[in-house]
Design a protein around this ligand. Sequence first.
Ligand code: SF4
Ligand code: SF4
Length: 254
Amino acid sequence: MKVRYVRYSVLVIILALVLYLAFGYGTRSFEAYCPFGGAESLWGLFTTGEFTCALSPLNLSMLLALLVLALVSKKAFCGWACPIGFFGELLGRAGCAVTGRRLHPSQRLNGALKLLRYIVLVLFLVLTYKTGELVLRGYDPYYLIFSGVGHGTAGVVSYIVLVGLGIGALIVPMFFCRYFCPMGAVFDPFSRLGLIKITRDGEKCTECGNCQTACPHSIPVQSFSRVRHRDCTNCFECVDACPEGDVLTVRASI
Ligand code: SF4
Ligand code: SF4
């Protein structure tokens, strides 16, 4: 059975839980489970000892737990739990179904555009620390979708952002995750060290490239003996796509 079915089942369950919270049925807001809220709260905690705006210790706990997870299994959170990653992947598949092909930007362009997520990270942390407000709310697809472009968003600009990210995801899979997600930028150094990773048997590999084509992040798996790449979410799409039975395996290695 393809690992994707298991992964999508996990993602659907998590999406249902977030929707449950978003419709006001839980005791906490869906925002309380956002790990980036942990990063946004740090300055306020250091300077005033208080959490910024609607943030709470749960956001900080989520951040710390997911950084530990990244050290164990890279960006598994992004591929196995994040609703925005799930939407990005589904939209990428829908775009591919319409056009008949997946657009993979060149490695050079892809690498250059990824710098944007560091700019987003620094910009929104500085703005949050300076204003004491959760400025990212107006541009964050997680908040925009699950709040229904609600309180604290940026009006028509928020709708433009949401539509732009949706169109981008139809063209390039994981458009927001690749180029704009500030949480992805926080994970990057931890993910590079992640213990569990895809390993490739170079002797048996035919270098057909199916693995890279299937990878939502266009990682050139066929170029590595171990996939240490910072963007790998351990989604195992490459393993499912490899026509040679035991070339790609999942191992704990440094
Ligand atoms: S899909 Fe398998 S055989 Fe083909 S390049 Fe990737 S690892 Fe090698
Ligand atoms: S390299 Fe394989 S496991 Fe990693 S993100 Fe790409 S498809 Fe998923």
